[in-house]
Design a protein around this ligand. Structure first.
Ligand code: FE2
Ligand code: FE2
Length: 153
């Protein structure tokens, strides 16, 4: 099952869109590595990349929502925190060994969570920011981009 970012997933910000595309791409790579029964070394390499990419993305996105004064911020952040908790549990099971169950879990948990989150929750801040021009304070947006520039893909 290949999962690919498509323009229909846009959240109205090119940086975040690029991060989402890269994330889905890496989840795909992980899935392929597991399906082909590749070595733990390969799987660990992808997982290590995913770890830092996921936390960078969530942090970046949370800063973006704050900078635009998105009122659903707390609820959205709680979803991110909940994902991180589940992801850590998933990693423990992955470390225990490659198995058919773990491949299914990558599809059902990792891939499905991201697709669903991007299409529903991330879309909520997209629509809010799009429909509330006052949520774009020039100055704040500028300093926000300066602060997170080193995290851009
Ligand atoms: Fe996101
Ligand atoms: Fe999100």
């Amino acid at each position: 099952m290949a999962i690919r970012w498509t323009p229909a997933f846009t959240v109205g910000d090119a940086t975040i869109d690029a991060q989402h595309a890269r994330l889905l791409d890496q989840i795909n790579t992980l899935l392929e590595a597991l399906e082909k029964g590749l070595t733990d070394h390969t799987v660990n390499g992808v997982v290590n990349f995913l770890d830092s990419y996921i936390s960078n993305h969530l942090f970046y996105e949370e800063g973006y929502m704050k900078a635009h004064r998105f009122p659903g911020f707390a609820k959205h952040k709680a979803q991110h925190d909940n994902f991180i908790r589940r992801y850590l549990e998933f990693k423990k099971r992955l470390a225990a060994g490659n198995s058919p169950t773990i491949t299914i879990e990558v599809q059902d948990f990792l891939a499905a969570w991201w697709i669903n989150h991007i299409q529903t929750s991330d879309r909520e801040y997209h629509l809010y920011i799009r429909d509330h021009p006052k949520s774009h304070p020039e100055k704040e947006a500028k300093s926000f981009h300066q602060r997170v520039q080193h995290m851009l893909p």
